[in-house]
Design a protein around this ligand. Structure first.
Ligand code: ACO
Length: 321
């Protein structure tokens, strides 16, 4: 039986770091409030010359190098993003061009903070169907450019970045993966695209990111544990056997609550949101790459992933490293 294995990881971060104290210079906020309510201390923001595309390219390049796969072997590029600079061409096509992935098709996928999970699932479907053997899956975001920087309830949360995984059809790897959506709850977390006037419609200005933080919090702490239980029930593994849990990095209080509800030790939950904030679709592959580079992921380790975000969307995956 063929499944999907992560054989290489990479990541990229903007050069500029913004601390909580930096934010408190132009916002009515404090390091203490942000740390205690979110766990975030610093985040990186894309500056001049940096974009969703440049971050995706850098992360993808490093993942290719780490995997040892040649550019010609990549048959598909899938980029999960909700902050592309362009309607088209896709970030995926830009990555294909920059990395010389001459034998790949390329496309983007939008599922907000669940984007990487959804992209991994999509890559898996192409792999198990026999359509592709090797896929470059990237999560890349510059959400800082969709935010109202005078809204202290949202702008302190997000950071920019990208993470990438080269995945290949092999005999071991992904054990189970699932994804869900609830479009009826779309209003709790929104960012509109900018539209121009037409001869028959007046101009509709794009709205920056808006969020009902408490509704998102309630959704995450209820849905993520349920989704993980649903996932595990489809496998012959137990939560006790899991070595690492890699959740979407939104808020340390969400992570603590999920650990408690699953009766799992918090030490198994990897965290980097203190340094990078919420990087949306990039958060899971960014964290996986950090863990991989630090040698924390050993061959055969059981790794549980779960993403959740706007849409609403959520998903989980269990894999053997
Ligand atoms: N600094 C200081 N005070 C603030 C700030 C800030 N940055 N932001 C909000 N406040 C104030 C509010 O104005 C409010 O003041 P008031 O009582 O005078 O009206 C007070 O703090 C409490 O506001 P709440 O919104 O109730 O604060 P809460 O404890 O819910 O924390 C937060 C807000 C951190 C957003 C929380 O709801 C949360 O983490 N929600 C989860 C959402 C999330 O993580 N979203 C990330 C994106 S979504 C995703 O990735 C899936």
């Amino acid at each position: 039986m063929i499944t999907t294995r992560i054989i290489g990881t990479g990541s990229a971060l903007p050069v500029h770091t913004l601390t909580n104290d930096d934010l408190s210079k132009f916002l009515d906020t404090s390091d203490e409030w942000i740390r205690t309510r979110t766990g975030i201390c610093t985040r990186q923001l894309a500056g001049d010359g940096e974009s969703t595309v440049t971050l995706a390219v850098e992360a993808g390049k490093k993942a290719l190098l780490n995997s040892g796969v040649s550019p010609e072997e990549i048959q598909m590029v899938l980029v999960a993003t909700c902050s592309s600079e362009n309607y088209f061409p896709s970030v995926g096509c830009r990555v294909q061009e920059a990395l010389g992935l001459t034998h790949a098709s390329a496309m983007d996928l939008s599922a907000a903070c669940s984007g990487f999970l959804f992209a991994l699932h999509t890559a898996h479907a192409y792999i198990v169907s026999g359509y592709c053997r090797t896929v470059l899956v990237i999560g890349a975001e510059t959400l800082s450019r969709t935010i109202d920087w005078s809204d202290r309830s949202t702008c302190v949360l997000f950071g920019d970045g990208a993470g990438a995984c080269v995945v290949r059809g092999e005999e071991t790897g992904l054990i189970q993966i699932l994804q869900h959506s609830d479009g009826t709850k779309g209003d709790v977390l929104m960012a509109n695209t900018r539209r121009t006037a037409t001869p028959v419609s007046s101009e509709r200005e794009g709205m920056p990111l808006s969020m009902d933080g408490q509704a998102v919090f309630r959704f995450a702490v209820k849905t993520v544990p349920e989704c993980i239980q649903e996932l595990m029930a489809k496998t012959d593994r137990s939560l006790e056997e899991v070595d690492h849990v890699v959740l979407h990095q939104a808020n340390s209080r969400i992570i603590e609550s999920v650990a408690k509800r699953l009766h799992m030790p918090l030490e198994k939950f990897a965290i980097n949101l203190d340094r990078h904030g919420n990087t949306s679709a990039a958060s899971i592959p960014l964290l996986l790459d950090e863990m991989n580079r630090e040698g924390r992921l050993k061959k055969g380790d059981l790794v549980l992933l779960s993403g959740f975000g706007a849409g609403l969307t959520w998903g989980a995956a269990l894999l053997e490293w």
